[in-house]
Design a protein around this ligand. Structure first.
Ligand code: KIV
Ligand code: ZN
Length: 506
């Protein structure tokens, strides 16, 4: 069986999704989880695009040693030099050079001729090759370019030293049969193609990214570029979990393998969702909350008798905890520790003690504590680890006759205690006004959403917000059984991230 190279671009194309900004620590955390998941290549970022991107690619290169670490670069000398600076300490560095190849892009955007693009592509691959052997090249918008021209560019860049040829369906325009034929045509018409790996990078504008990627595999592609939860520019990229599970579940059709440890899929998906602030839709294949829930009586009957009647995938194989065990007030440290382990957490003693205290507090308010509650609780604890300001106390009064009023006390990391009160149009507005006054960093709230983690009147509410400051978006999350407190925690979380980023640039 051939091995398929799984190239994860969550940290580059995924982060390009509107509003999905991650800080350096978060990118490193995701990269470490991707390593556990077993991806072959991590595209860690686009180093020339910002100092933060450069820094995160550099740190990931130094700390994540098993996968190839790849940096993106336009076909431009400064981009390539900067990409190399960022990945040069990786154990296995890769530079990924791209340039547009469709006439539409050449005429309207780059205003260059096909000959000029050919020349630049060859020259820039040769420049990158001086730094490292592992060079990937992408003719952008390939699916809308003339195939003969794509063959020409590929021949040129292979001669210049490209080792992976990535064919992007940049705007998600291709249809499976057509995209497969493009890949098949490349194998037939590019004379030196056998020296290389052919890769595909499909966007999901027509909802066909995974189907196009699988069709490309059938036509000889051996690397797939994808993201966790399918996040990415516009409608996103091909979703890693869907590709991997399609190959595994229908292995008789593909006869290929991957090195992905599928039991890490669920955990990786939760982490990416948590840190990017992009919720996973309930009906999302493989990792959506409803992916393994059977509502119809006939289906439930079948699953009880024999799961394969209506389940094509064992939820355990993607790391979804099997037990529906519910913890409560009387559950002790041992039961809590076991549940954490089953959910894939390994906390050190100090973090465990904090999490257990939070669990006990929650159990006083909430009768049944489910897996989702525990995940929210651990995430909330982890968010407080590197806070500049911590919400110490909060009190609101509101109602249809009352004037919404909030009093907030913050504990600063340097030991100061700050307190103030304000009026607002509602309790959340009043709380945010006080926090703003105490913290004093200009920002604009651009998004606010609240959802309940589990069902029931005593459910934990999770608030996700985004704030903008100097053109950069920061995401914040907070969870609590009281949604006003959850809102305050989410705002504080976003502002702490903003402050940390500002400190870093200073
Ligand atoms: O979608 C695209 O074409 C890209 C390239 C940079 C590979 O993301
Ligand atoms: Zn892309």
């Amino acid at each position: 069986m051939d091995k398929i190279i799984i190239f994860d671009t969550t940290l580059r194309d995924g982060e390009q999704a509107a509003g999905g900004t991650l800080n350096i620590q978060e990118k490193l955390e995701i990269a470490k989880q991707l390593e556990k998941l077993g991806v072959d290549v991590i595209e860690a970022g686009f180093p020339i695009s910002s100092p933060g991107d450069f820094e995160s690619v550099k740190i990931i290169s130094e700390e994540v040693r098993t996968p190839i670490i790849c940096a993106l670069a336009r076909a431009h000398p400064d981009d390539i030099d900067r990409a190399w600076e960022a990945v040069k300490d990786a154990k296995r560095p890769r530079i990924h050079v791209f340039i547009s190849a469709s006439d539409m892009h050449l005429v309207y955007q780059l205003k260059k001729s096909r000959e000029e693009i050919l020349q630049i592509s060859g020259d820039m691959v040769a420049r990158a090759k001086k730094y490292t052997d592992d060079i990937e090249f992408s003719p952008m918008d390939a699916s809308r370019a003339e195939p003969e021209y794509i063959y020409q560019i590929l021949e040129k860049v292979i001669s210049a030293g490209a080792t992976t040829l990535n064919i992007p369906d940049t705007v998600g325009y291709a249809i499976p049969g057509e995209f497969g034929a493009l890949i098949g045509g490349i194998f037939k018409n590019v004379s030196n193609i056998n020296k290389t790996i052919v890769s595909v990078h499909c966007h999901n504008d027509l909802g066909l990214a995974v189907a196009n990627s699988l069709e490309a595999l059938k036509n000889g592609a051996r690397q797939i570029e994808c993201t966790i939860n399918g996040i990415g520019e516009r409608a996103g990229n091909a979703s890693l979990e869907e590709i991997v599970m399609a190959l595994k579940t229908r292995s008789e059709l593909f006869d290929v393998t991957t090195d992905i440890n599928t039991t890490q899929i669920y955990k990786t998906s939760r982490l990416v969702s948590e840190l990017t602030g992009f919720a996973v839709q309930p009906n999302k294949a493989i990792i959506g909350a409803n992916a393994f829930r059977h509502e119809s009586g006939i289906h439930q009957d079948g699953v009880i008798k024999m799961p394969i009647t209506y389940e094509i995938i064992d939820p355990k194989s993607v790391g979804i905890p099997a037990s529906s065990l519910v913890l409560g007030k009387l559950s002790g440290r041992h039961a809590f520790r076991e549940r954490l382990a089953e959910l894939g957490y390994s906390l050190n003693e100090e973090d465990f003690n904090r999490a257990f205290l939070a669990f006990q507090e929650l159990a006083d308010k909430k009768k049944e504590i489910k897996d989702r509650d525990i995940e929210a609780l651990v995430a909330q604890e982890q968010r407080t680890l590197s806070e500049t300001y911590h919400i110490d106390r909060i009190q609101v009064s509101c109602g249809d006759r009352g004037i919404p009023t909030a009093a907030v006390r913050l504990a600063a990391a340097d030991g100061r205690i700050l307190a103030d009160a304000a009026l607002g149009t509602g309790p959340v507005d009043a709380v945010y006004k006080v926090i703003n006054r105490l913290v004093g960093v200009p920002n604009v709230l651009t998004e606010f959403s609240v959802k309940s983690i589990t069902e029931g009147i005593d459910a934990i509410g999770e608030v996700m917000i985004r704030v903008e400051s100097d053109g950069i978006t920061y995401t914040g999350r907070g969870a609590d059984t009281d949604v006003i407190v959850a809102s305050a925690k989410a705002y504080m979380n976003a502002l702490n991230r903003l402050l940390a980023a500002k400190k870093k640039t200073e």
